[in-house]
Write a protein that binds this ligand. Sequence first.
Ligand code: AMP
Ligand code: MG
Length: 425
Amino acid sequence: MTGKRLLDDCFLHDKDRLRHQDALDLLKDRVSTIAEVETIPLSEASERVLAQTVVAPRNVPLADNSAVDGYAFRHSDFEEAGGFFRMDQRVAAGHASLTDLAPWGAARIFTGAVMPPGADTVAMQEDCEPHQQDGQDFVIVPQGLKKGANCRLAGEDVAEGTPILEAGQRLRPQDVAAIASTGLGEISVYRKLKVGLLSTGDELRRPGSLITLGDVYDSNHFLLQGLCSTLPVDVEDLGILKDDAALVETTLKEAAGRFDVLLTSGGASRGEEDHLLAALDTLGSRHMWQLAIKPGRPMMFGSIGDCVFLGLPGNPVAAMVCFLLYVRPVLSVLGGGPFLRARGFQVPAAFEVPKKKPDRREFYRAYLEEGPDGAPVAQKFMRDGSGLITGLREADGLIEIPEDVTSIAKGDLVTYLPFSGFGLR
Ligand code: AMP
Ligand code: MG
């Protein structure tokens, strides 16, 4: 546990809360990879986190080959042959000629076929003219082709021995394609983290069930499940936990023994019905709780035995923002990847905020729109309230306002973090 035990969060001054950057530094400092390494077939590699350096065991392509359908010839023959070549051989993709190209000879060749020994240049079939003379086949090749034209050289994509991917990289389809092109059929990746997902609150009901006065449908479960699906984790639904201190404690204790990570939402403050904090403090240790951010504030990070505990606030907006800012990088690192940060860019504000509290960092739900001069400007979802899922739905990203800013005028440059930077749409 770091820092002082904090008092009732409602009365705590932002100056006494942990700042965003300090929270990130703390997480970066405390979290390391826990996932073991496993070997998997390449067919399962997409979106997994690589646990090895991939070094190309051979050249890609393996041999010089034709980039087009056409005629392969020896460039140095062109002058003497006057562009008039005798048909010498034929090579299709998947086949290789072992016979040297005859002097002034050309090979009919197809895309991907290995260049016959001696040939170094290919003319496209559209530019060539087949010709018959005295029962012999010839081809007239156009002038002006540079030596090596339309020929793909061995190793020009990847040379044998080149490291093409590093441990920690999350494999995109094109990365898997690159591995496949080198011929490797298996790779080492980090095992997917086992995440137990819990919603907490007496008021919560699952959609599809009946609801009565005072009940709230559990939207966070679906929000967090979806957000987790952008990371290499397996999520198990642990359902809804009632606001009952003893039940919370026994449930967390039991679940901590089965999962790498417990991810909860709700019950994270110190209200009378918030029991997660006490349970975490009893069962394990807490490293982080009160943050000087909006929305968010109570965001728990700690551990119960070997299990990492991440407790998000209950309000859906706060839950999503805290997931993107803190849970996402933590899950990534635990699973063998980097500490993920969304990269923002500066855009003029299309809104104003006459008064913003100092000492805390604020994240607005936002979207880009076309400004008066046609260039993009950032617009903020106008209604406050961290229970409004509408703002999340209408947003394409977040605007990040640092602690020291106390007002924003239209046209001021603000940092825009597109959702795409968080692996979302
Ligand atoms: P809490 O953090 O438990 O005090 O909850 C704060 C607010 O978020 C309350 O209005 C809760 O009803 C709401 N909330 C908590 N969990 C969820 C959830 N899983 N889905 C939707 N709303 C929730
Ligand atoms: Mg609650």
